[in-house]
Design a protein. Sequence first.
Length: 128
Amino acid sequence: MNDFAKVWEKIDAEHADIMVALNRARVIAAESALSAAALVPVYEAVVRKFEGHFASEERALAETRCPDADSHRRQHQVLLIRLLSICQQMRGGQSIEIEQLQLIFQSLLDDAIGADASFRDYLTSATA
Ligand SMILES: [Fe+2]
Ligand SMILES: [Fe+2]
């Protein structure tokens, strides 16, 4: 496996790791009847995973000289603002709205199958 393929493999492993954390959070949401006290720390931990993933992906964008790096970074900033504002809303309430959870799941999809699709194409075409 060449270096670019390894870069993509690492990114995909991070997506899978976030998905595992999100699924765990979904189970806790169901078991706690959407209690904010139970869920806020769980979702804050998920948001920290997103932050770590975006930072690692942005290093990879720079190292591989991806031409879409600037717009991809801006997309990460928008997603992080969305995630941090959802956490802030959660902290201010007694219970969590199901729409807030759906937006957090959507954030992973927006990154993994949205912004990252062109990065994956760049990495795989550059290795062909
Ligand atoms: Fe990603
Ligand atoms: Fe991304």
